[in-house]
Design a binder for this molecule. Structure first.
Ligand SMILES: Nc1ncnc2c1ncn2[C@@H]1O[C@H](COP(=O)(O)OP(=O)(O)O)[C@@H](O)[C@H]1O
Ligand SMILES: NC(=O)OP(=O)(O)O
Length: 318
């Protein structure tokens, strides 16, 4: 099968939390993910990959900040540059893992990462209300102590999993590198783009952009990417097999098919946590709304090859 005549164009969003914390752990988890991703290509699909960077961008940011306190050869580095570094770091492991798997299966595709800037609205209200968790987890006591030392620091609870640094997360408006991405797809590349939600930028004069202190949600960025390349499917792959109602409670119910109207009702009823499942469901709804031919699926990474066969995951329909 010629890659250009693929059965489906699928944008796949990989969860940053599912990539582990150390470089070794990340490469290992990505190598496992690569098997599932390449299997999708073997099934005749064209894939475009995006990924999260919450743990990684927080670690990079903190590393420069802490090192700069003890070594005058190091300076603090702002979030747009940290996201750019995370795109390179995670893209590197993805390229390596996917290429190895392609070679094993004697498949001739090329794989490359596009460092992607995403335009945001400078007046987005998210700049006044930081909600995006980044970096590692703190205890409540550690969080209080750190916020007392640094009055600009905001640390809040992250979906019941512990306390994390929160930064602004404006909505993605447009992709600066969209022509490059489409061109590479036309030339049969497996493209990795919009990593870590993309580097958040605002317009700064004719043809110029300025990075802003924020981290875009990769689920919203992936929905924007999927819309930009007119994908058939958006797969949001995470640690759970399905979206659930009453998640974690004795009456938990796993969902297989959900229509936008139903999803709106479930959101109102508070079934999805703000820092974790809610952006995924909202991004999925955004991608399919008013487009009957599109499907968004929230599923686990390990089940990716079964998702396309309709055997796993929660499918969101328009
Ligand atoms: N209603 C729900 N159904 C399923 N999972 C949920 C729900 N609400 C919260 N979650 C949690 O959301 C997590 C996915 O979000 P997160 O870890 O932030 O994703 P990512 O893989 O993008 O880093 C799941 O692993 C699960 O623990
Ligand atoms: N940028 C972003 O949304 O990363 P996570 O998926 O790791 O939260």
């Amino acid at each position: 099968m010629h890659y250009k005549n693929a059965l489906h164009r699928i944008v796949i969003a990989l969860g940053g939390n599912a990539l582990g914390t150390t470089p070794e752990e990340q490469q290992e988890k990505i190598s496992k993910a690569a098997e599932a991703l390449v299997e999708l290509i073997a099934q005749g699909n064209e894939i475009i990959i995006s990924h999260g960077n919450g743990p990684q961008v927080g670690m990079i940011n903190l590393a420069f900040e802490e090192a700069s306190k003890v070594n005058d050869k190091v300076v603090p580095v702002k979030l747009p540059e940290c996201t750019a570094m995370s795109q390179g770091y995670i893209g590197y492991h993805l390229q390596k893992g996917i290429k190895k798997e392609l070679t094993k299966k004697k498949m001739p595709w090329h794989v490359a990462t596009v460092v992607t800037q995403i335009i945001v609205d400078k007046d987005d209200e998210a700049f006044n209300n930081p909600t995006k968790p980044i970096g590692g987890y703190y205890t409540k006591e550690e969080a209080t102590e750190l916020m007392e030392k640094d009055k600009d620091l905001i640390i809040k609870e992250d979906a019941g999993r512990g306390y994390r640094k929160m930064v602004a997360s404006p909505k993605p408006v447009d992709l600066v590198e969209k022509e490059s991405i489409i061109n590479m797809l036309d030339n049969e590349f497996i493209v990795i783009a919009c990593g870590g939600g993309g580097i958040p930028v605002v317009k700064d004069g004719e043809g110029d952009f300025k990075g802003v202190e924020a981290v875009i949600d990769k689920d919203y960025a992936s929905a924007k990417l999927a819309d930009t390349v007119d994908a058939d499917y958006l797969f949001i792959l995470t640690a759970v097999d399905n979206v659930c109602l009453n998640y974690g409670k004795p009456n938990e119910k796993s969902l297989s098919d959900v229509y936008v109207e139903e999803a709106e009702k479930y959101i109102e009823e508070g079934h999805f946590s703000a820092g974790s499942m809610l952006p995924k469901v909202k991004a999925a709804m955004e991608f399919v709304k008013g487009k009957e031919e599109r499907r968004a699926v929230i599923a686990s990474l390990k089940n990716a090859p079964y998702v396309i066969k309709g055997e796993s995951g929660t499918v969101i329909h328009s």
